[in-house]
Design a protein around this ligand. Sequence first.
Ligand code: PHE
Length: 343
Amino acid sequence: METNLEYLKTVAATFTEEIAVAKLDTPAKSEEFRIRFLGQRRGVIPKLFKTIPHLPKQDRRSAGLLLNALRKEAQTVLEHAIEQYRVKSTDTCDIDLTLPGRRSQWAGSRHPITLALAKITDIFEHMGFAIAEGPEIEDDWHNFTALNFPADHPARDMQDTLFIEEPGEGRAGAMMRTHTSPVQIRTMMAGDPPFRLIAPGRVFRNEAITYKSYCLFHQVEGLVVDEGVTMADLKHTLTGFARAFFGEEVKMRFRPSFFPFTEPSGEVDIWWDLPDHPDGGRWMEILGSGMVHPNVLDAVGIDSERYTGYAFGMGIERPAMLRYGIDDIRIFYENDVRFLAQF
Ligand code: PHE
């Protein structure tokens, strides 16, 4: 490129003027300015620098000083403009950028009941059980009558019912279900054997609230009906479950019991190690079970001569207490973040 020092001086003077009056009040304008004057490929100042080697030797130093000053000028103006936006954006922003970040200890976690329920469901699914559901508001027939609770029999008092409507003339007796056993009735009414299912859900009882009982809790119902199902199948399944849930070393016992809808009936207790307890621990009842009573099969229209079955109903809260070392059931429902955040 043909040039000389005089020409450079004129051009530099024009640019200096242009730089001095540039209004860089938006980031876009600043960027445009940067490209025009300082851009590596097309910027006018770098282009001028490229002419220096073509100048007569004695002029090159002066040209260098001149262009350096011009470049410095452009950079200063640009930096100043950018600094202005930074100040402006922190000035007008409502967020205090100097505050420490949110503490990760408040990150959400799954409720221990949800975790225990997921674990229980998983174990039974691996044993080939399907999952069923039923309503939380039941009627007297599904919750009691079909399950062989005799009318006006004190057996109904075993479970302190939260009634919505007393049963009677033309009234179904709406109530909060006291157990998940009515799901047995609903699924057997809706299909034909064989059945092999669990039914998890919430149940409600008008109970005194203590460290081990609450007015609301969760159960998982189990039901297997087929030809030739025996008590040995029941025991095998529940033993397998206890080992999978509590560990191979679990100490458990079957204890004879009574339920109107099973015959014979048994309850399962799990040994709870308590170092401070005089006996070193105590037995904790986790479920009721038994062979489905023929009257129940008859009530839902299943041939009780041909089919037999077993059923069980376990609480979730108590196994969760044992598994996670929690000694008071009430803490599950207090939603204390210090408790919940541990899971
Ligand atoms: N429904 C019973 C209860 O809530 C438990 C149970 C279920 C017992 C199935 C036997 C068979 O106590």
